[in-house]
Design a protein around this ligand. Structure first.
Ligand SMILES: *Cc1c(COP(=O)(O)O)cnc(C)c1O
Length: 384
């Protein structure tokens, strides 16, 4: 059996043809494929604006910039996420304040966030960055209410959940990153995520004002738009109006993104099917705690909890199955420890970390490979 990773991209002939077509075109960067990818992605998510950028971390950085995070500003996020969700605050000199996770859903616990807000004078915090961890859509309606009460903005880190949704209080489906609750949302197109462009990211928003600023910041803060120029010296003229970056996505990558996006619904369906197969098997394995999930879960990851996680990880590895741990709590990283965060501060996150393991979850896994994974897990867990 060849190596089975926890997640990986699926590249079809259609994807390859799309990239080759772009390579033969006049544009390698910021050409027509970017606009197409942005438009189609916005349509998929049901949001007004989408801005393609070089990766998910760049997306987070630009969001932090347009929301004007300044040195000393305090921003709340979850410790169970990829470090970038927190790092974007640091890029702007802000202070990361973690709040613990819910030990059943593994996402930022809204009650813990409320407690934190209540323990400090109003105005202490600037914003919240909830993460749709593993594909579990955060109750953004609840977070919006809380944020409004305390005057906070929200960046939804939806890297794990393109196409995922939650049910709002009117039983309507609300897609992750649809801009109705959070000011901004971000996505990543790293190969382990739902849609792969190599490196790549997207920001979504319903705010024209934020959108215009993001477009500027993505390209050095430079504009050639006649309606925005302070003066016009001639056809060559452009202005650098604010300090931005080069966070552009290339046209080849966008072409790949457009092609991948056309299969996103199928990919999501297959992910849910895989989760169902795992669920059905593990129902009868008392040693395994299955992930709790609701309708709308996007299953970027299928995370189980087991007592001897190290043993299971090693056993699977010996069979060429590469499970993974998502995540080592961010506040336990040496960098965040150096900033004063303490081990012991977030007991739910730390307890979760002790026993969590992400099993292979990607649309192109064959049923045979999946069965091999399941048999290998059971073989170890049930005998140990
Ligand atoms: C992948 C990921 C990111 C960063 O995306 P990159 O494209 O790798 O920079 C940020 N947040 C979460 C939750 C992620 O999973």
């Amino acid at each position: 059996m060849k190596a089975i990773p926890y997640g990986k991209q699926e590249i079809t002939q259609q994807d390859i043809d799309a990239v080759i077509k772009t390579l033969k075109s006049d544009f390698l960067t910021q050409g027509p494929q970017i606009a197409e990818f942005e438009n189609k992605f916005a349509e998929y998510i049901g949001v007004n604006y989408a801005v393609a950028v070089s990766n998910g971390t760049a997306a987070l950085h630009l969001c932090a910039m347009v929301l004007d995070i300044k040195p000393g500003d305090k921003v709340i996020t979850t410790p169970i996420t990829f470090a970038a969700s927190a790092n974007c605050v640091r890029y702007c000199g802000g202070e990361v304040v973690f709040a613990d996770i819910d030990s059943e859903t593994y996402v930022l616990d809204i009650l813990k966030v409320k407690q934190l807000l209540d323990q400090h004078p109003k105005g202490t915090f600037s914003g919240i960055i909830p993460v749709d961890f593993a594909g579990a859509a955060v109750d953004m309606e609840g977070f919006r209410k809380l944020a409004d009460e305390y005057g906070l903005w929200i960046i939804e880190d939806a890297c794990h959940a393109p196409g995922g949704y939650f049910q709002d209080s009117n039983s309507e489906s609300q897609k992750c990153g649809n801009g109705k609750f959070a000011e901004l949302a971000i996505f990543s197109f790293h190969p382990v995520k739902h849609i792969a462009t190599g490196e790549g990211g997207m920001i979504t928003t319903n705010s024209k004002e934020l959108y215009d600023k993001l477009i500027l910041l993505r390209t050095h803060g430079i504009t050639k738009d006649p309606s925005l120029l302070k003066k016009n010296d001639g056809g060559w003229y452009y202005e650098m109006q604010i300090l931005g970056y080069n966070y552009r996505l290339s046209d080849m990558q966008a072409a790949l993104g457009v092609s991948q996006l056309s299969r996103a619904v199928d990919g999501l369906k297959r992910r849910r099917e895989i989760a169902e197969i795992y669920d059905l098997t593990f129902n009868s394995v008392k040693e395994i705690k299955k992930p709790c999930h609701k309708e709308g879960h996007a299953f970027h990851l299928y995370v189980i909890q087991v007592e001897n996680r190290q043993g299971l990880y090693d056993h699977l590895k010996s069979k060429n199955i590469f499970s993974q741990v998502h995540y080592i709590p961010v506040h336990m990283m040496p960098y965040y420890q150096s900033l004063g965060h303490k081990v012991g501060d977030f007991p739910n996150a730390e307890k979760y970390y002790e026993s969590c393991l992400s099993l292979p979850m990607f649309p192109s896994i064959t049923n045979e490979e999946l069965q091999f994974v399941i048999d290998s897990v059971k073989e170890y867990v049930v005998k140990s």
